[in-house]
Design a protein around this ligand. Structure first.
Ligand SMILES: *[C@@H]1O[C@H](CO)[C@@H](O)[C@H](O)[C@H]1NC(C)=O
Ligand SMILES: *[C@@H]1O[C@H](CO)[C@@H](O)[C@H](O)[C@H]1NC(C)=O
Ligand SMILES: *[C@@H]1O[C@H](CO)[C@@H](O)[C@H](O)[C@H]1NC(C)=O
Length: 448
């Protein structure tokens, strides 16, 4: 009964502009089961290793010693490292396999600001260099390379990057290498991040790269609106990633699925696939749900649903470029509410910069099979644009049940399209002729 009432409501939702998506509709689907949950009976506390949570004492040795103990005195089922309430200042550190980093309520792990002393590691092979600057890159604050069975959780304690010193270096152009991510997992498997608050990352917040089996849920990610490149979660050349029930308000894309950069990403050839994003709420001057622009290893099988966006640059943004190669295919974005956005939807083949001038201008991305449906927007200045590449038009781009209203009558500005084919059903404002002129059902059927 409830369900039929709700579907009736959805049918007439054009008349219910303020309907928001909540998790209260029907049975709630979750990431549970994507990665095995572990209960650890062996527990140690950072204070056992000399940790002091006074906000001033440097705890690098305590973290390294505790994690060394987990790695070398292996206990069956792994070990939980407990961080009690308090502020634990530390330099960057590496995690190890079979561990849980558990932050109590009011526990804060805070990064030092000694940028001159920060370790530098090799660039990612799929990027060929640091994302910002040539050469290596500063190691993430919390780093896990080649690990498996790692959990970062607790009672909503905080991982604080104290990123302002890094943002200022970026503003003053005094960085030597690419800024550190807050948390990065590389070549890792079976990772869970839940019930943690991330604050003021120097650069991207959570970066799983070359990973499989990653669950990120019940997280809060915060950074100022004007903080540069503080992306929320960037799954990169990773598979089987599930992100849900999270709030992200930062200075750059909330979630951006990537897979390497131009000739380096093409050579490395590792796609991102099987990415689920659901019940994410947030705001940002850039994109809400993004794919790209670094997609050279390919991005496929992405589902984003039940997304609420407020005060956005671009609500839904698929971006790639000449020289990227790779593909973006079988992407579904559905049930999105957005309020106060510069642009509702953008799919573009001319976004982002190149690592160097060795990129191949003939390496054109293939964009095929994108379904965007059930989108309600209010105060959306421009409806959207879909601009493919002349020599690689975007195909099977389907828009269904989309209503984007402007701040003032008659509404949002019209769609702009070029080099695209697909279909559009129940789209307001009226979609571009490229999408309504072609055979509808045929062009949307093979992936969906
Ligand atoms: C941490 O991991 C990085 C990357 O694997 C490595 O280069 C570095 O030496 C490690 N640092 C420590 C203190 O073990
Ligand atoms: C932690 O935050 C999550 C997400 O905001 C929330 O669902 C959960 O109830 C909080 N847990 C505690 C112990 O405060
Ligand atoms: C498309 O992606 C979805 C996940 O979003 C997946 O379940 C489905 O099998 C994929 N379809 C094809 C044809 O690969």
């Amino acid at each position: 009964m409830l369900r039929s009432v709700i579907s009736l409501l959805l049918c007439f939702s054009a008349m219910v502009p303020f309907l928001k998506y909540t998790s209260a509709i029907g049975d709630v689907i979750t990431c549970s089961g994507t990665v095995p949950m572990r209960y650890r009976s062996d527990k140690i506390s950072i204070t056992d290793f000399g940790g002091v949570g006074d906000g001033r004492t440097l705890n690098t040795k305590a973290f390294r010693a505790a994690i060394y103990r987990i790695q070398h005195l292996r206990r069956r089922g792994g070990t939980l490292l407990y961080i009690p309430p308090g502020v634990y200042l530390t330099e960057s550190f590496n995690l190890t396999s079979h561990m849980t980093l558990y932050l109590a309520k009011d526990a804060v792990i805070r990064a030092t600001q000694d940028t001159w002393n920060w370790p530098v590691i090799a660039p990612l092979p799929s990027y060929g260099r640091g994302r910002e600057l040539p050469g290596g890159r500063y190691m993430s604050f919390i780093h896990g390379d080649g690990v498996h069975d790692v959990i970062i959780t607790g009672e909503n304690g905080t991982i604080d990057g104290q990123g302002d010193v890094w943002w200022n270096m970026w503003r003053q152009r005094s960085l030597q290498y690419t800024r550190p991510n807050l948390v990065e997992f590389m070549n890792a498997k079976n990772i869970i991040i839940s019930n943690v608050i991330f604050r003021n990352s120097p650069f991207w917040n959570i970066h799983p790269v070359y990973c499989s089996g990653v669950v990120i849920r019940y997280v809060t990610i915060l950074a100022p609106f004007d903080s540069p490149n503080t992306d929320g979660i960037d799954p990169d050349s990773s598979s089987n990633v599930c992100i849900e029930d999270s709030y992200i308000a930062t200075g750059d894309d909330l979630v951006a699925v990537k897979s390497g950069w131009d000739e380096y990403g093409i050579a490395y050839g590792r796609p991102s696939s099987g990415i689920t994003i659901r019940r994410v709420t947030g705001s940002s001057p850039f994109s809400g749900i993004a794919i790209g622009s670094e997609t050279s290893g390919g991005v496929e099988d992405v589902l984003a649903e039940n997304i609420n966006l407020y005060n956005m640059g671009i609500g839904i943004h698929l971006k790639t470029n000449i020289g990227r190669g790779g593909f973006i295919r079988n992407i579904t974005v559905s049930d999105v509410y957005m309020e106060n956005a510069q642009k509702g939807i953008r799919i573009a083949g001319d976004v982002g910069d190149h690592p160097d001038d060795k990129f191949n201008p003939n390496a054109l991305p293939v964009v095929n099979g994108v379904m965007i449906k059930n989108v309600w927007g209010v105060k959306v200045q421009q409806s959207g644009s879909i601009q493919g590449l002349k020599n690689s038009p975007f195909t099977q781009i389907c828009l269904s049940n989309i209503n984007l209203r402007g701040a003032v009558a008659p509404g949002s500005t019209p769609w702009k399209c070029s080099d695209v084919s697909g279909a559009a059903v129940q789209v307001s404002p009226w979609p571009c002729s490229e999408l309504i002129g072609t055979g509808r059902t045929a062009s949307c059927s093979s992936y969906f």
